[in-house]
Design a protein around this ligand. Structure first.
Ligand SMILES: [Zn+2]
Length: 461
């Protein structure tokens, strides 16, 4: 099966842009791209890309899909206040909540040009069904490439951690369940739609033993490692107080810096921290909307890039970034860096690279994803950047990054159509949205049955 997209502006991310050219896809792979007329291939399906911009599919490298069900709560809280308000709500979730929330959240990502998403799920209340299987089923239905990270917490309040003991698990149970998840689902093949990572939640909710044992497990299984790090100054203080080290030094001590690790946020870094991340090729997932929503700070992304550290983007959980579309995160990254460092801190092309190749590197898939090149998987987005309103900007990459995301004409994952004409084609779009709203109501009802209502309060109430 051959598909040809023609008359299109191509921003391949690697190599020069092609203002009017074609892209040829055979099966799940890009086989050719170039300027001018497309070759005549008998039997090929042809898509007219006039007025559109073709980019690699966006890669989301930090999320908590289940949080779709807890949006709009603890609206004016700091990260630690927000977590404390929400842990007990999340303790009530079950597989039905997770599947509904993941369906809506992944559908939303697809509609904003995302073709690969990771997820960091770290709460597994006992007796609530198979939550990991539920989100994997949602990803299969929507048709995105999925990198679920089996998260975990074992350091409850009684052990000096932040979460209440009711949401943490025992170390041995975590390691067994994580190994089981890797064995059951991880597919290391080139065209893999599903790879599993190992992901203790954060230094303030996971013990040092869980961190080191998780690293050993991941390296034994040949999968990647993910956690939250250096998100807020509260975390800095917590690490200094409890471990006598700042977050990056603590991770270094635990064997958690390396090319197989990517860290969410990495906002509060010293010059030495940045040098360590660059030297060890440890990746980071920059989540500017979430950092803004929680008032966490502005990550030193442009300095990290100058030092050669890898940075990808993440929308983060929908409860801390609310309805952030993946494409919008490029704009947010650009604006945050410029607000902090001036107008040359990050270009539109660099923002696009963070959202594509930077993300693919975080997930260890830079050989297969993240750019439009012959031999890469056909994860492609066509943006209607020349539509009636965006057409006033004749640079389509500028229109994509500086403005509100243009409508998505086509999203291909491995050559398969997931979105066409701005609509999900793999599932009924309205039903996917309703599944998210139902999950929200169900979670609040289940939490209410446990007497948990505090998260509804906002400051000033
Ligand atoms: Zn997060």
């Amino acid at each position: 099966m051959t598909l040809i997209i023609e008359n299109v502006h191509i921003a391949p991310v690697s190599g020069p842009e092609i203002p009017s050219g074609f892209l040829r896809i055979d099966g799940d792979t890009i086989t050719e791209l170039g300027p001018g007329q497309a070759p005549d291939v008998p039997g090929a399906e042809r898509v007219d890309g006039a007025g559109c911009l073709a980019t690699p599919g966006l890669v989301n490298t930090h999320h908590h899909l289940y949080q779709w069900a807890s949006q709009g709560l603890a609206q004016d809280a700091t990260l630690f206040e927000w977590l404390v308000a929400l842990y007990e709500v999340w303790a009530a979730m079950d597989a039905e909540v997770v599947e509904g929330a993941a369906t809506a959240a992944l559908g939303w990502l697809a509609l904003s040009g995302c073709t690969t998403s990771s997820d960091h799920h770290y709460i597994f209340p006992k007796g609530r069904g198979d939550l990991l299987a539920a989100e994997i089923e949602a990803a299969r239905a929507i048709g995105l490439r999925f990198h679920p990270a089996r998260g975990s917490m074992d350091r409850g309040r009684s052990q000096g951690g932040l979460p209440p003991d009711v949401v943490v698990e025992e170390l041995d149970d975590i390691l067994a369940a994580t190994a089981e998840a890797v064995d059951a689902y991880h597919d290391p093949s080139r065209s893999s739609m599903l790879r599993v990572a190992v992901a203790p939640c954060s230094p303030f909710s996971a013990s040092g033993a869980l961190m080191t044992e998780s690293a050993a497990l991941a390296r034994d299984k040949g999968v990647r490692l993910h956690t939250h790090l250096a998100e807020t100054l509260d975390e800095d203080e917590h690490c200094l107080e409890q471990f006598g080290l700042r977050p990056v030094d603590y991770m270094e001590k635990l064997g958690w810096l390396g090319p197989d690790v990517w860290l969410a946020h990495a906002v509060h870094l010293s010059d030495t921290d940045i040098a360590k991340l660059a030297a060890t090729r440890t990746g980071t997932a920059h989540c500017p909307s979430s950092n803004g929503r929680l008032g966490a700070g502005v990550a030193r992304v442009s300095e990290m890039l100058r030092q050669g550290a890898n940075v990808g983007l993440g929308v983060d959980g929908s409860a801390s970034s609310e309805l952030t579309p993946m494409a919008g995160e490029m704009r947010q990254a650009l604006l945050f860096q410029r607000a902090r460092y001036g107008p040359q801190a990050l270009t539109a092309r660099q923002a696009l690279e963070l959202a594509t190749l930077g993300g693919a590197r975080n997930l260890g898939r830079q050989d297969e994803l993240g750019t439009l090149e012959p031999g890469k998987l056909a994860d492609v987005v066509l943006w209607r950047a020349g539509g009636p309103f965006h057409a006033a900007v004749t640079d389509p990459v500028c229109a994509l990054v500086f403005g509100p995301p243009p409508p998505v004409e086509l999203v291909l994952v491995g050559g398969r159509t997931v979105v066409a004409g701005g609509e999900l084609r793999t599932v009924a779009q309205d039903a996917a949205g309703r599944a998210g709203a139902d999950a929200h109501r169900r979670l609040l009802r289940l939490a209410g049955e446990r007497g948990v209502t505090a998260a509804r309060r906002v400051h000033g109430d």
